[in-house]
Ligand binder design. Structure first.
Ligand code: TYD
Ligand code: MG
Length: 464
């Protein structure tokens, strides 16, 4: 049965509708529906769908002994680590990030590194001419790398070439510039991005080729064209970082072949992205220990402990409504910590502006940072620095109790390794073996059950 030839696709969430409406019923976006030819009526791969009978699929047992696929390693340790030890042949990996953050630079370096160990690598750019890519390569000192280049946007031509060339790894930079002639809409539109991502993912699976797709991110932080692509691919990496900072963080937000939430840390230098092997040392680089409002948080990013500096500034508000500005942490979480400080500990910050910053451009999502944030806020409010060489971690509950967090021993060990000598931590450490390991360390552990205990260390003027 023929389906209607035209559908309306929401450009923000990707939902398809049969008729045009002003508002997308799914995501609530206004004026986001655009007319598109449906894939099923025009797509080349679906010509015979529905007409002929399917063929029987060969089933195999789950227990079948097959050696795990050998991962393609780039030798760039931080990149391989984010992928869980290298790229799996046949995997489609999406690398998202703001324009100019360094995706093309990193992938050119990765392609060059992989091509070095006899792995056939093709780099297709839809954004830059060959000469521009060569110029970049020579800047990076990679001009004699064995990478095959193409500057092309037609998906049909690219797939035909890839089928003939049989590479092991392909980089597509970027998915938004690719266009498939099966879809009648402009490159970069949701339908195009989705169709191209689908074709390329299928190609990866069919030919057992690793495909790295670059995706630009929209203003509100989603990979443009949009979530649908994230579902299709095996792995989604985000390249984060502040423009003005040299640090770049590559974070796995989805990984079918490895741990999600793993991060790789890079530094953008004149010679491209260079690996940072000891991120904690780098994030704490030029910290002033005696500054009030500065606290070191012992966090866990993926499988690795990372120490970062959290800075707070609490200043009397000049305006009627006080400001709360946050960089690198969740605004809602800050509001919660402020409310607990106010309701449970009597620290009234309502008439103060509060600024919170995670140094180095890292984004923290762990609740374990609560206690560090609270310590930074009180420290700034009372203008008193924390004891020198102290790290802080712990989750704050709404009752004002301090809850234990996972992986306390590795946090403490990392702090010890970097020369810290005391820890503010929850007194209730999760598992019993955890507790033993934590207490074995040479660090002085100051344990808190209640947020009030921390507040009492400072002179807030409340009790006086
Ligand atoms: P690019 O990889 O083009 O970003 P994307 O592909 O994510 O849009 O990175 C461009 C930025 O990186 C640009 O601002 C210049 C900077 N850069 C360096 O600092 N050092 C280098 O060696 C290179 C190649 C780029
Ligand atoms: Mg680019």
């Amino acid at each position: 049965m023929a389906r209607s030839a035209v559908t309306y696709t929401c450009q923000s969430c990707g939902t398809q509708h049969n008729k045009w409406t002003g508002k997308c019923g799914d995501c609530g976006g206004w004026n986001t529906l655009a007319e598109e030819k449906a894939l099923s009526s025009a797509g080349p791969s679906s010509k015979s769908l529905g007409k002929s009978r399917g063929k029987k699929i060969e089933l195999t047992s789950l227990s079948a002994k097959e050696a795990p696929p050998e991962r393609i390693q780039s030798g760039i340790g931080e990149f391989d680590r984010v992928l869980g030890g290298g790229i799996i042949p046949g995997a489609a990996v999406l690398i998202g990030g703001d324009p100019g953050i360094g995706k093309s630079t990193l992938l050119l370096q990765v392609a060059a590194a992989i091509a070095r160990n006899n792995t056939k690598t093709i780099y297709v750019s839809g954004e830059e001419a060959r000469a521009q890519i060569r110029l970049r390569a020579s800047r990076l000192g990679l001009e004699d790398a064995d990478v095959l280049l193409a500057a092309e946007t037609s998906l049909r031509d690219i797939l035909t070439t890839l089928d003939a060339e049989k590479p092991d790894l392909v980089v597509i930079d970027s998915i938004q510039t690719m266009w498939s002639d099966a879809i009648e809409s402009a490159p970069g539109s949701v339908a195009q991005v989705r169709a191209c991502a689908l074709e390329l993912t299928n190609f990866a699976k069919r030919r057992d080729v690793a495909v790295l797709l670059v995706g630009h991110v929209t203003k509100d932080g989603q990979i443009a064209g949009p979530r649908v692509v994230e579902h299709m691919v095996d792995t989604v990496l985000y390249c984060e970082g502040e423009r003005g900072h040299q640090f770049r963080i590559l974070r796995a937000v989805k990984n079918r072949f490895g741990p999600a939430d793993e991060i790789g840390v890079f530094e953008m230098t004149g010679m491209g992205m260079s690996e940072v092997n000891n991120p904690s040392a780098l994030f704490l680089g030029d910290r002033d220990e005696r500054a009030p409002g500065s606290v070191v948080f012992a966090g866990i990013e993926g499988t690795r402990p990372v120490l970062v500096e959290i800075q707070a500034l609490v200043a009397p508000s000049a305006l009627g409504t006080s400001r709360r500005a946050v960089v690198g942490w969740d605004t809602g979480r800050l509001a919660m910590v402020l409310a607990v400080l106010e309701a449970r500990c009597g620290v009234q910050l309502g008439s103060y502006d509060v600024y919170l910053n995670v140094a180095g451009g890292l984004r923290i999502s762990e609740p374990a940072a609560d206690l560090a944030v609270a310590a930074a806020l009180i420290s700034s409010y009372t203008d008193t620095a924390l004891p020198a060489r102290t790290v802080v971690f712990g989750e704050i509950s709404l009752s004002g109790a301090i809850r234990s967090v996972a992986q306390s021993p590795s946090r403490v060990r990392e702090a010890e390794k970097l020369g810290f000598d005391s820890v503010f931590a929850p007194s209730r450490v999760g598992a019993s073996d955890d507790k033993e390991a934590t207490e074995k360390s040479a660090l002085r552990i100051e344990a808190f059950d209640e947020l009030r205990g921390l507040v009492d260390r400072f002179d807030t003027g409340e009790g006086a």
